[in-house]
Design a protein. Sequence first.
Length: 234
Amino acid sequence: MDPKMYNLLLVEDDTSLGYLLSEYLKMKGMELQWAKDPSEVIPLLEQRGFDLVILDVMMPGLDGFTLGAEIHERFPDIPFLFLTAKSMKIDVLKGFSVGAVDYLKKPIDEEELVVRIETLLARLGGQSQEEEVHSNLGRYEFDSRNQCLHFEGLEIPLTTRENELLAYLVRHQNRLCSHADILKRLWGRNDYFNRKSLNVFITRLRKILEKDPELRIENVHGQGFILRTPGTSK
């Protein structure tokens, strides 16, 4: 994975450190969103995909260990690492026990952080590369690697979540994709709120794909969705 393609979420309530890290990582060519309040994190992860979450442990209201455990449960495909002033072995072990992929102690060395990020995502990137989709989709051309669709010379950018969902539907085109399978694969959990989120993204994709009337995402009531491509029918 090209480091410039990394999409990171930094969760840090310390304004000075958060600014320093966000500017340094952006300078290295990475895309980054900075959440200063831990309450922002789950809604952000529901809205879009991230390659990695960088998570402070000591935060007001909700500690990083608790938030990390929730991320691991709800979004198991999104790795996270901890930044912390806690250096006791028991704290390090606790970090890994809730699902962290790495643990970096403060004060943070920015160059070391970049190396850790690149090493982790290079190691974890193999799975996502296997799932890349580049194919003709009706009158569209879908390029999941670059998160976009092409239509008669027009490039249509996709959000990470739109891209993931469309790639899943394309890999299973003309077959039923159950709510449960989609949610467990992309959201990490099949529940009421994630199903509501899924419906929102299906609506967005239908709007994006409406330029080709023969291309449609059918709703199978109570079961899931089928991506119908031109030349196919029920």
